[in-house]
Design a protein around this ligand. Sequence first.
Ligand code: AHR
Length: 495
Amino acid sequence: HHAKLTLDPAFKVAPVSRRTFGTFVEHLGRCVYTGIFEPDHPSADEDGFRGDVLGLTRELGVSTVRYPGGNFVSGYRWEDGIGPVAQRPRRLDLAWHSTETNEVGVDEFVRWCRKAGVEPMMALNLGTRGIAEALDLLEYSNHPSGTALSDLRAANGAKEPHAIRMWCLGNEMDGPWQTGHKTAREYGRLAAETARAMRMVDPGLELVACGSSSSSMPTFGAWEATVLEETYDVVDYISCHAYYEEKNGDLGSFLASSADMEYFISSVVATADHVGARVKSRKKINISFDEWNVWYLSRFQNAAPPTDWPVAPPLLEDHYHLADAVAFGGLLITLLRNSDRVTAASLAQLVNVIAPIMTEPGGRAWRQTTFHPFAQASRYAAGDVLRVEPVSPAYETALYGEVPLVHAVATHSEEGTTLFAVNRSADGPLSLEIDTRALGGRRIVEATTLTDPDVYARNTADEPDRIAPRANGDVEHDPARVLLPPVSWNVIRLA
Ligand code: AHR
């Protein structure tokens, strides 16, 4: 196969938004307990945070972390997680049929964020709760001092305000599985009233309204339109959530999952702009793609439901293989390609729960295959996103029709230009010619590839680096050309 693309700084989409590289920590399974927090772990610091996980989080290049859910948040009382730990209540978590010990709450989470060098993004419970509790959490978190709740925060050890800027107005309220699930009109009204009240405290907050839980929801499209009719003036973002998995052995469709994400984004942008026209606003609503990943959801749904209420049980612990990482890389490329409207995103989730980082309780931590595309994109995406339009052979997929074999995006700054590309072909390498004439003499200085002869090969605690980026020696200059191995994620740097 042979494909070609042009890199030209004139074809600028938007600046790279650092918030594209967000992730997500939910009170779910072992994400918090034995994930970020494990006081008895040999690497734990004075706050009980695992040092190995903190290190890998920094290496992953995470910008924001959404917290504390997810489905969990829709039954959560944030007050349970503050004050002396011994007095915190144990509660039923209906979302994951678990017992929540509340050893970690908002103060611990924000402390962890500071250590990890990430920005907290707080989700509010609009399932079982409403405006008053949202305002309380806002005052507790952000007000400097001199009120009951801000002084309580200081008394609990956090003298400085948490200064949380981004807030999610609920989670997946379109989903019948959500505690307190609502119609679009009911939710839109509640979100608007909550947002209006929060802006009376601080007009500078950035607020996210819930969009659809997937593009296949029966209410998709109509949900966004109704919610935005109610909230247009008082929110900044509408959310999108999407998970993909290989179904029925159809690798070709799976590797093209970004085609659905592309459709999802363009549909939501069109819907938001349509509502903007109707409410006569020049303001644009952007997308917070605040849950995205490969998730073998059908495996989870087919598992026997728990009958007891365990504490931090292993849940949603998918072990990703090479093909997962390549499909994942394609999703990341699509997020970047749409940087003019997707200005925030959160990989769901960070550790153990459908995550790039895995841990053993009391033991080792390692990088899953999907760690690498994320870490490389976060590290090398800089400056402006460039539009690239590969001329590529295509293949037929059962789910998305004809899809190009190559999917790519580039970024460009004074320091260098980086091309991110996946080869979706399972039956051969692809020679990619790169027209660099507009780059003023920049040449390929590094090419790496993430691939394996076995597309189902995984990383494990015993073999943690089986799948990792390796130097790609198949590079030519003048004209620039790189050979992309079959089923591969590639990073090509020019300077
Ligand atoms: O990330 C796992 C779950 O997926 C989240 O709790 C929920 O919001 C979504 O359905």
